[in-house]
Design a protein around this ligand. Structure first.
Ligand code: ZN
Length: 368
């Protein structure tokens, strides 16, 4: 593959505008810059891969830009911006506290903090995974945080806010980053695919987004993995084969057969799933989620909890319309019990089959 740059790096946002799904945070930061009300310390909290470090870098670039746009974005042409964009700016310092968490590491950093920047207004210190600092290192850092020099701005990032001591918390302006939703991730992947002239089926993107579980970085690396495997034309089938995801078509078919009380066909489908090498436990938890997804589709208020997009949403809506809430609740209950008993069961296959038979008989009374 010609010059394939890892998408997570190539498509890292370089302006507030292009950060995905964190608008309230980027707007607040932009307003602070615009009104010249910068804090000396920020704490960026949230799950991994949602843009904390990216936002910190954009922030550092923007406050040092000498020619801000009307929209409070970095100009990307001034000397400061170009040095930022080619990673040779001296105004930004990054410390990964996961691997540099000793008192000495922090002392090195605080020694640097005193030196004013040669160029630009601010020196920005990003401390990633700040909760990993040793308690001594924390204390050493606290002194600097209490009386920071004018030019210094600290951005602390963490996935575990509860591990940050109160004395640090109280000195920081805190931003909570959201997990990124499946729809937002899909949309961004679609944009990346288009830019790389990769053709992908929408349902495939959806699966990647679900698998990434809220982290854009993971979504992009899964995307890369599939491109290197399947080339520039990616189908839904390619994605589920590559990620070893059970085709949700199975779940739709199963529900159709449950409603027809067709135990035989249900058993055949389940056998087919096992023959494809899928794990029974994985299957039963997936089935529970499918019932749950159908249930949220029954109410216009909860339908937004359904984390799928496009054509497949229609399919959920149609199947939800064909089922009764009572059936879904009972079926969820049975699947959930099966899930809980799975680990300790001596005959796992039978356990699941029993559950499936019971679900297939739920509507019997009504139908007869
Ligand atoms: Zn600039």
């Amino acid at each position: 593959m010609e010059n394939f740059i890892v998408s997570a790096r190539k498509y890292r946002p370089d302006s507030f505008q292009t950060v995905v799904a964190q608008a309230s945070i980027t707007n607040t930061l932009k307003n602070a810059i615009k009104s010249n009300q910068l804090a000396h310390a920020y704490l960026f909290c949230g799950p991994r891969g949602v843009g904390k470090t990216t936002c910190a870098r954009i922030f550092a670039k923007t406050i040092n830009c000498t020619n801000l746009t009307d929209d409070t974005e970095a100009c990307n042409t001034c000397e400061s911006c170009t040095s930022f964009n080619s990673s040779r700016s001296f105004n930004i310092h990054e410390l990964d506290a996961a691997s540099n968490n000793s008192v000495d590491d922090i002392r090195n950093l605080t020694d640097q903090v005193r030196v004013p920047p040669q160029m630009g207004k601010y020196s920005v210190y990003i401390i990633d995974e700040v909760h990993m600092l040793s308690s001594q290192a924390f204390n050493a850092f606290l002194k600097t945080l209490e009386e920071p020099p004018k030019h210094a701005i600290f951005i602390l990032a963490t996935t575990e806010k509860h591990k940050i001591i109160p004395t640090i918390l109280s000195r920081c302006q805190i931003f909570d980053f959201n997990r990124i939703g499946v729809a937002d991730i899909s949309e961004h992947l679609e944009y990346v695919a288009k830019s790389e002239s990769v053709e992908v089926e929408g349902e495939g993107l959806n699966i990647i987004a679900q698998k990434a579980d809220g982290a854009m970085r993971d979504a992009l690396s899964i995307f890369d993995q599939i491109v290197s495997f399947s080339g520039k034309k990616i189908t839904y089938q390619d994605v589920i084969t590559n990620l070893n995801v059970l085709d949700y078509d199975y779940y739709f078919r199963l529900v159709d057969e449950f409603l027809k009380n067709n135990v035989t066909e249900v058993m055949v489908i389940f056998n087919d799933i096992l023959n494809h090498g899928f794990d029974g436990h994985h299957f039963i938890t997936g089935l529970s989620s499918h019932f749950r997804d159908l249930l949220v589709c029954k109410d216009p208020v909860t339908i937004q909890l359904l984390e799928v997009g496009g054509d497949i949403k229609e399919r959920y809506r149609a199947q939800a319309a064909a089922t009764e809430s009572d059936f879904l609740l009972d079926a969820m209950q049975i699947a959930n019990t099966c899930d809980m008993q799975y680990k300790t069961s001596q005959n796992k296959r039978l356990l699941i089959e029993l559950a499936l038979i019971r679900i297939a008989q739920l509507t019997l009374k009504k139908n007869s």
